[in-house]
Write a protein that binds this ligand. Structure first.
Ligand code: PMP
Length: 394
């Protein structure tokens, strides 16, 4: 009897399965809209060259990572006018991209959050949120977010659910470019959400995996986080540089906690270190050096901000083209949601059966929930994509 004979076969990862099916398809016109990956990185190789030319050592970073990176990441997220940043009361640690930031956050909240060890996430949310937080020991609950009738935000349901949560609950918020729906609250709606969170005495955890990707402007995309802070919340934050810097495999991210004072920050810092040390000792240095070079070198920073804007604009343009093509074909449905939504993903409103047809009959691959990665749409394939959607949905 083998030691592992009792290990059951786990289900395959939904998104990797799509890539496999896509690879097997012999069609010359196949389109993969499953994975969210975008690359248009002219600035990154320059920054990487600079890092390589400096011939830096490969010594360990400290437990909380490359210090220059941490300060630059905090500045990008919280902004130069941020009171907690200026007052030195943000505890910051480099992390293994956004996922690692969420995981450290989950562990920190599990160990130190004074209230109930449960976190509310939107319905739906990034598929990994539930696993990350439950593996951290937190109970995962949900609040209403997406309205499938309007293919938009269920704002009333969301606020109602926030008001119904037990006082002092933890709530996860997507800072911008909600994954998987592409549906974000407006600035006005964010103000009301902040009020509701405050009224309940809840604790906000922002996940910001796409800063810059939604509007093309990194400050605008940080509106929710910065507004909450102005309103007196002390959130924690997971940042990822995978998408906005094209550093996917380098795993560059950060976890930070806004605290009440530098003294409190020092205590939080000490405990984050105690959490990280037995997990992975210290994070990798190369990607963080690239990111901090991009953030700190004025010329490279300017170039990068331009590229981020270029990425966001291209995505916005592809949304418009897809909608236009569907309307030209005479679709009887409204496709306004495609252009109302924002960020890398669009929720088409197609059901699982229609998505299966898209793959089997039209070689268009995406997740069964109807989510498509707009990053995979090009001016070359958008016509064919619209036709396929039209044939499947009408
Ligand atoms: N949060 C959300 C909402 C995401 O979409 C992603 C990336 N798919 C992440 C976090 C983290 O990704 P990574 O670990 O690659 O930074």
């Amino acid at each position: 009897q083998s030691t592992w004979s009792g290990v059951p076969q786990g289900p395959p990862d939904a998104i990797l399965g799509i890539t496999e099916a896509f690879k097997k398809d012999p069609s010359g016109e196949k389109i993969n809209l499953g994975v969210g990956a975008y690359r248009d990185d002219k600035g990154k190789p320059t920054a990487e060259q600079q890092v390589v030319q400096q011939n830096m050592d490969k010594e360990y970073a400290g437990i909380t990572g490359v210090p220059d990176f941490g300060s630059a990441a905090a500045l990008l997220a919280y902004g130069p006018d941020s009171a907690p940043l200026k007052e030195g009361r943000i505890a910051m640690t480099q992390s293994i991209s956004g996922t690692g930031a969420l995981r450290i956050g989950g562990a920190f909240l599990h160990r130190f959050f004074p209230g109930a060890k449960a976190i509310y996430i939107p319905t739906p949310s990034w598929a990994n949120h539930k696993a990350v937080f439950s593996d951290s020991g937190l109970e995962v609950k949900q609040y209403r977010y997406y309205n499938k009738d309007t293919i938009g935000l269920d704002f009333d349901g969301m606020v109602e659910d926030i008001k119904k949560m037990p006082k002092g609950s933890m709530i996860l918020l997507h800072a911008c470019a909600h994954n998987p729906t592409g549906v974000d609250p407006t600035e006005q709606q964010w103000r009301s959400i902040s009020d509701a969170v405050k009224e309940g005495g809840h604790y906000p955890f922002f996940d910001m995996a796409y800063q810059g990707f939604a509007s093309g402007d990194t400050d605008k995309d940080a509106f929710a986080l910065r507004h909450f802070i102005k309103e007196g919340h002390q959130p924690c934050l997971a940042q990822s540089f995978a998408k906005n810097m094209g550093l996917y495999g380098e795993r560059v991210g950060a976890f930070s906690v806004v605290t009440a004072s530098p003294e409190e920050k020092a205590r939080v810092d000490s405990q984050v270190k105690i959490l990280v040390r037995p997990l992975y000792s210290n994070p990798p240095v190369h990607g963080a050096r690239i990111a901090s070079t991009i953030l700190k070198d004025p010329a490279l920073n300017k170039q990068w901000l331009g590229e981020v804007k270029g990425m966001a604009d291209r995505i916005i343009e592809m949304r418009a083209l897809l909608k236009e093509n569907l309307e030209k074909l005479g679709s009887k449905h409204s496709w306004n949601h495609i252009t109302d939504q924002i960020g890398m993903f669009a929720y088409t409103g197609l059901n699982a059966e229609q998505m299966t047809k898209l793959a089997e009959e039209h070689s268009v691959y995406a997740t069964k929930d109807g989510r498509i990665s707009v990053a995979g749409i090009t001016s070359q394939n958008v016509g064919r994509l619209a036709e396929a959607i039209y044939k499947v949905k009408g």
